[in-house]
Design a binder for this molecule. Structure first.
Ligand code: ADP
Ligand SMILES: Nc1ccn([C@@H]2O[C@H](COP(=O)(O)O)[C@@H](O)[C@H]2O)c(=O)n1
Length: 473
């Protein structure tokens, strides 16, 4: 996957976005646009993987991923494993694959969900202990001898490719590759080829050529066919990015001045009003700005914590009597949108003990100001948690919407999400609530006046992160 990184967070390898930011992969209503699915089938060693890699390299964006069918080989019994080491196991019959698992994984990826993909070890004939955690793919390339075989997979694919390479060439390449990369000996490769690979190609794989939209003779050597394919996929990606999120949201929700009923606005005490006055005063020195931001953050965090679901708990008092009360929620994850949201994490740590912490980096595109996702690292068990998602300010709602979408893609339920901010516009909170009605939006201050040139809230804090961290130009 181009420009992707890998790190380990206890679940195995993690494939995550970094470098070039990912544009929104969902509609202004918050619904995921299905990933574009490419299937590449063909004989063993025909060049499927090489064609897939060429497509990924030419697209040169980090939100393209290759999924190999090898990941879905069935686990062998001890007897089958023994046969496999003697080149006597049939890996080329459709029954050697777990198609149901492949379909589940592809469905998840198609719908933008974070997915764990098993990894296969050809030297041991069994899945390795590693899984690859894939998130953030707008294009999924699925390659393997049976990529165009199963009807459920075919139904998901947007374009179906068959790589048609001469069988002598495939055999020569397979011997070289299996000896060099798969710990085989040449005679064993030939034995397996004659007994299983060739008959299965003729009986099962070759007929799937009829399911292909495009047949690429000679695989990687066919520059024209591959070039056309890449142009086609590029056009699909451009179509995805045609809608500009911020102007669309402001146009849709900009007319309204009233806050939505389900918005949780911090009670506007005199102290809150005074803190707001200090924070929006351009002459406020930085240490005061930090002090009152931290104080307001603690208040709004406490108010958000009050919206968490509680479980009942009975305590026994020092007098030995039962007191029927509530347990402090322990299954909380905090996710901050960097960097301004980090200020609120500090406040959260001072009043609560979330189980896990996550970070999301969203940066506005310098030209279009559209949100671009640069980095997302969420706690592994987040799907079972109540999640506090934090950013200093909501203007159009576009950044918040991206962060919420990421949490939902990682299995968090809308009902378990609370978005907390220090300042918000009713337009922005309405945009969020229209897309994700069950998400609770908690804010300290509400203001509807957005300046049209820089999209800042007119009587707001200015650029909050710059004022807090002292990076104002
Ligand atoms: N056009 C080509 N010219 C030379 N070698 C190639 C070409 N295409 C693929 N190969 C090599 O052949 C082997 C099998 O190719 P691969 O793309 O892995 O095939 P598949 O995924 O269909 O099994 C690899 O070692 C690869 O580097
Ligand atoms: N343990 C295994 C599993 C599979 N094979 C062979 O791999 C071929 C599919 O992979 P390609 O990259 O070549 O498409 C298939 O033909 C199996 O025979 C194996 O040898 N050992």
């Amino acid at each position: 996957m181009a420009a992707s990184g890998s790190s380990n967070n206890g679940r195995g390898s993690t494939l995550m976005l970094r470098s070039a930011g990912r544009p929104p992969w969902y509609t202004p209503d918050g619904r995921n646009i299905p990933a574009y699915m490419v299937g590449i089938a063909g004989a063993s060693a025909s060049g499927k993987t090489s064609v897939a890699r060429q497509i990924v390299e030419s697209l040169n964006v980090p939100w393209v991923v290759i999924i190999s069918m090898d990941s879905f080989y069935r686990r062998l019994t001890p007897e089958e494993s023994k046969q496999a080491f003697q080149n006597n196991h049939d890996f080329d019959h459709p029954s050697s694959y777990d198609f149901a698992a492949a379909v589940r994984a592809l469905e998840s990826l198609k719908h933008g969900k974070a997915t764990n993909i098993p990894q296969y070890d050809f030297a041991t004939h069994c899945p390795s202990n590693e899984t690859l955690h894939v998130y953030g793919a707008s294009v999924v390339v699925f390659e393997g001898i049976f990529a165009l075989y199963d009807q459920r997979v075919l139904d998901m694919l947007d374009v179906k490719i068959f790589v048609d390479t001469d069988s002598d060439v495939c055999l020569a390449r397979r011997i070289r590759r299996d000896v060099a990369e798969r710990a085989r000996d040449p005679l064993g490769v030939l034995q397996q080829y004659d007994r299983f690979v060739k008959p299965a190609y003729d009986g099962f794989v070759r007929p799937t050529m009829n399911n292909a939209d495009i047949i690429i003779p000679r695989g990687l050597d066919n520059h024209v066919a591959i070039g056309l394919m890449i142009q086609h996929i590029k056009r699909q990606l451009d179509d995805h990015n045609a809608v500009l999120m911020r102007p669309t949201l402001l146009n849709r929700y900009g007319k309204t001045r009233s806050a939505d009923d389900s918005l949780f606005l911090l009670p506007q005490s005199n102290q809150v009003r005074a803190m707001r006055t200090i924070l929006c005063d351009r002459t406020t020195p930085r240490d005061d700005f930090i002090f009152y931001s931290d104080r307001l953050s603690r208040l709004v965090i406490e108010y958000a914590l009050a919206q968490l679901c509680l479980t009942e708990k009975t305590a026994i008092t020092p007098m030995g009597l039962p007191y029927h009360g509530y347990a402090i929620a322990s299954n909380i994850s905090s996710v901050t949108i960097l960097r301004a949201g980090g200020v609120m994490e500090k406040a959260l740590r001072s009043v609560a003990r979330p189980a896990h912490y996550g970070k999301i980096l969203i940066v506005g595109d310098p030209k279009s100001h559209e949100p671009r996702l640069h980095y997302a690292n969420l706690p592994p068990a987040i799907s079972a948690h109540q999640v506090l998602l934090m950013d200093s300010t909501i203007v159009s709602g576009a950044n918040a919407m991206m962060a919420i979408r990421i949490c939902l893609d990682h299995g968090v339920s809308e009902h378990n999400l609370i978005f907390i901010s220090l300042l918000a516009t009713p337009q922005g909170t309405r945009a969020i609530q229209a897309a994700f009605p069950a998400v609770k939006v908690v804010t300290a201050i509400l203001d509807s006046h957005i300046s049209s040139d820089d999209l800042l809230i007119r009587s707001g804090y200015g650029l909050f992160g710059d004022r807090y961290f002292g990076t104002e130009v």
